[in-house]
Design a protein around this ligand. Structure first.
Ligand SMILES: C[S@@+](CC[C@H](N)C(=O)[O-])C[C@H]1O[C@@H](n2cnc3c(N)ncnc32)[C@H](O)[C@@H]1O
Length: 277
C-alpha cells in the first residue's frame, strides 16, 4: 500500500495511527531471540529505537548536517538533532509532513519527492532509512550529486531482493542497486542485519494470524450473510476485480510476506555507508 494520488501512504499511516509507532521501519533486535508470540508492541518500539541507535553508529565523525530523505514521522531527525546534528526532513507524504510540523516545529520539513526536489542547499550526509525502495534509482543518484557536499556521505538502510523475483517486488535488487550506486559512490562500510529484523516478521505474522485474519473472516462472513442476493450479484459484476484483489491481499499475499524463512531465502536487509567519489 504505497502513496496514492492524494499524496499519502495509507500503509505507513496505519503503522502510525493503529500501532502508534513513532518510526516506520522494522526495528533491530540485537540478540535476535524474540518469538512472535512473546513480543509486544512495546518490544517492537524498543527494537525501533535500537535500530535507530545502531544506524547512528555509521555516521562519520566529520558530519554536521544531515538530510533525512523519507523522514517518516520525524523521530529519527529529532534524535539526530538531540545528538547535535543540523537536520532537515524530506518526505513526499502530506500526512507525515503535518505530523512532523506538529511534533517537532523546529525541524525544517520539505514536502516533495526527493527525485523532483529543488533544495538550494547541500548536506554532509543524506540518510535513507527504508526509503531507498521507494526511490527511482538512477534519477536519485543525480539528485544526490546536487545535494551532497564534496566528500559527503550517503547512509542507506533497507531491504533488497537477492534476484528479480515477485517476492517484495517493489524492492530493488541488491546487485543492480550496488552497480548503479558504485558509479558515483564508494562503499566504505556495510552490515547485513537480516537476522536482526526477522523477529518483526514473526510479530507481524503472529498479529496477522491471531487478530487481523479472524477479524477479516468475521467481517467477510457478516457481509456475505447480510447482503441481499441481488447486491451480491451486482458486486460480482461491477466490483469483481477489487474483491479479488482484496481477497488476494488478505488471504494470500500478506501471510507470505511475513514468512521469515522465505524472507531469509529471498531478501537481504543491509546498512551501507557510501562516500561520494
Ligand atoms: C518505510 S518509511 C521509512 C520512514 C523513516 N525513514 C523511518 O525509518 O522510520 C519510507 C519513507 O519514504 C518516504 N518516501 C517514499 N517515496 C519517496 C520519495 N519519492 N521521495 C521522498 N520520500 C519518499 C515515505 O513517505 C516515508 O517517509
Amino acid at each position: 500500500m504505497r502513496e496514492n494520488k492524494e499524496g499519502m501512504d495509507y500503509g505507513l499511516r496505519i503503522m502510525a495511527e493503529v500501532l502508534k509507532a513513532e518510526h516506520l521501519h522494522w526495528g533491530y533486535f540485537p540478540d535476535k531471540k524474540f518469538k512472535g508470540e512473546e513480543m509486544t508492541l512495546t518490544g517492537l518500539k524498543e527494537a525501533q529505537l535500537d535500530y535507530t541507535k545502531h544506524l547512528f553508529m555509521f555516521i562519520p565523525d566529520t558530519v554536521q548536517s544531515i538530510l533525512d530523505v523519507g523522514a517518516g514521522l520525524g523521530k529519527t531527525a529529532y534524535l539526530l538533532t538531540n545528538n547535535g546534528y543540523q537536520v532537515s526532513c524530506l518526505s513526499n507524504d502530506k500526512y507525515q509532513q503535518t505530523k512532523i510540523n506538529e511534533k517537532y516545529p523546529a525541524i525544517p520539513v520539505i514536502k516533495n519527492k526527493f527525485e523532483d526536489s529543488r533544495l538550494g542547499q547541500t548536506f554532509d550526509l543524506i540518510l535513507m532509512s527504508e526509503s531507498v525502495q521507494y526511490l527511482n534509482w538512477p534519477q536519485t543518484l543525480y539528485k544526490l550529486e546536487e545535494v551532497l557536499k564534496p566528500g559527503g556521505f550517503l547512509l542507506t538502510s533497507d531491504y533488497f531482493r537477492k534476484a528479480d523475483s515477485s517476492f517484495y517486488k517493489t524492492c530493488k535488487v541488491r546487485e543492480s542497486f550496488e552497480i548503479a550506486t558504485k558509479n558515483k559512490f564508494d562503499l566504505i562500510k556495510e552490515e547485513d542485519i537480516t537476522d536482526n529484523i526477522l523477529p518483526t516478521l514473526d510479530f507481524a505474522m503472529y498479529g496477522f494470524n491471531n487478530y487481523i485474519l479472524p477479524a477479516a473472516n468475521i467481517v467477510s462472513e457478516l457481509i456475505c450473510n447480510s447482503t441481499p442476493p441481488v447486491v451480491k450479484c451486482l458486486a460480482n459484476i461491477f466490483l469483481r476485480k477489487q474483491l479479488q484483489k482484496a481477497q488476494y491481499y488478505i488471504w494470500g499475499h500478506t501471510p507470505e510476506k511475513f514468512d521469515r524463512e522465505k524472507f531469509k531465502q529471498e531478501m537481504y536487509y543491509v546498512i551501507q555507508l557510501w562516500s561520494r567519489k
